[in-house]
Design a binder for this molecule. Structure first.
Ligand SMILES: NC(=O)c1ccc[n+]([C@@H]2O[C@H](COP(=O)([O-])OP(=O)(O)OC[C@H]3O[C@@H](n4cnc5c(N)ncnc54)[C@H](OP(=O)(O)O)[C@@H]3O)[C@@H](O)[C@H]2O)c1
Length: 297
């Protein structure tokens, strides 16, 4: 069977590398990345690749400058790389998608929210970013909505998976590396994250592209948890001592390093699950799967 051709950005990243591994039987991906000579900031280059692949039906846009610390250094700088990649790069992708009439799957983030809400955020909540990365990602969403209508925006949060691509470690692998070295670490007990199994994200991408589903959705897991409790659960599933993980205080940390940080990022996925008729894994299921996929290591 002939595979559906999909143009993709950010496919070498943490999320993209896992997604293409899982979907390579379904889709033929054309990789728009720096190694292949495509900088998404370069409008002409982006246009050229779209022109070279008229049979592609969709574009999967994952590329971004995701380094929140770098973004903090570049705060307010519209000549900086974070703004140029996240906003101008997205604009180039969206305009090319609109011009060549390709379905656009755009990946965004829970960092568009300020993290002050004690109950889970839904798509109806008004975004309010508190740092530069989240701000540029929100502007990217706005560019998508303004320039085109055949789009899916999937807000992702706290991605976890079994792989560890070079230089792109997820939080799960970071904690595992401490546990393997028998290191004690403290993690916040007073913040909330929504861990998301990247393998589910791959299925969402497949369903959305195949059915050309449009709109803005929270593409997140089904468990809200503190990083402290996340790490302790991870330790248990992988057979390490959970007592190595100590409770830390976000409030106390902010006194030492008063950078803007989101505290409560519980992200509700109900709209996505209902629209796609697909269940996003809870944390226990995701951790068991990842443990098994890693050969019980
Ligand atoms: N990781 C998270 O915690 C998280 C959470 C929520 C949402 N997200 C979103 O999910 C998406 C994927 O994130 P990720 O963690 O997989 O990112 P990542 O590991 O940092 O990878 C970023 C990707 O973007 C590419 N890229 C950067 N600048 C580029 C440019 N100018 N032109 C072309 N490609 C460029 C990189 O290519 P090179 O390899 O060549 O540098 C890489 O493939 C992003 O949109 C991010 O905002 C991530």
């Amino acid at each position: 069977m002939k595979k559906t051709k999909v143009l993709g950005t950010g496919l070498s990243g943490l999320v993209g590398s896992r997604v293409i591994k899982l979907l390579e039987d379904e889709f033929e991906f054309v990789n728009l990345d720096l190694k292949n000579g495509v900088d998404i900031i370069d409008e002409d280059k982006v246009y050229q690749v779209f022109q070279d692949h008229p049979e592609a039906v969709a574009v999967l846009h994952l590329a971004a400058m995701t380094d929140v610390s770098r973004a903090y250094q570049e705060n307010g700088d519209k000549n900086g790389l974070v703004y140029r990649v996240n906003v101008l790069g997205t604009k180039n992708i969206v305009q090319a998608a609109a011009h060549f009439k390709k379905y656009l799957f755009h990946v965004s983030t829970d960092f568009v929210f300020d993290g002050t809400k004690r109950t889970p955020y839904t798509e109806a909540d008004t975004p309010h970013p508190i740092e530069w990365y989240g701000q540029t990602k929100l502007w990217a969403e706005e560019v998508v909505k303004k320039e085109y209508d055949n789009y899916f925006i999937g807000r992702l949060a706290f991605p976890i998976n079994a792989d560890e691509p070079a230089g792109r470690q997820d939080f799960l692998h970071k904690v595992l590396s401490w546990l393997r070295r028998d290191e004690e670490r403290s993690l916040f007990r007073d913040t909330i994250v929504t861990p998301t199994f990247i393998d589910d994200v791959a299925q969402v991408i497949k369903l959305a592209i195949n059915q050309q589903i449009t709109g803005l959705y929270h593409m997140t897991g089904s468990t809200y948890i503190s990083p402290y409790n996340f790490a302790r659960r991870l330790a248990k599933v992988f057979g390490f001592r959970d007592s190595l993980i100590k409770p830390g205080s976000f409030k106390a940390y902010l006194q030492i390093d008063p950078r803007p940080r989101q505290q409560y990022l519980a992200i509700n996925n109900q709209e996505l699950e209902e629209t796609l008729d697909f269940k996003m894994s809870n944390l226990d299921t995701a951790l068991s799967m990842i443990h098994w996929q890693m050969g019980g290591l």
